[in-house]
Design a protein around this ligand. Sequence first.
Ligand SMILES: [Zn+2]
Length: 87
Amino acid sequence: MWRGRDSDCLTAFDQEAAMAGNYYVNDTAQPNSDHEVHVEGCYWLSLARSTTALGYHVSCSSAVVAARRYYFRSNGCATCSAACHTS
Ligand SMILES: [Zn+2]
């Protein structure tokens, strides 16, 4: 019997491509006054009370640049955008 369940395994690779997606900046600053940039689906983004949508970006680096139009002190989230996390 044919079972079309192999496609379920593809979701395991989503993390590899997680750098591309819809990004958001947290309107609430961290204790160090950084505004964290998150990609859609990040656990920490779900905890943010208020965010500003940055649109679709292929990497966190351009998303952080976009976030700096709103908040000069923007920084990548250590969890979802570690490549852009500098402090
Ligand atoms: Zn995040």
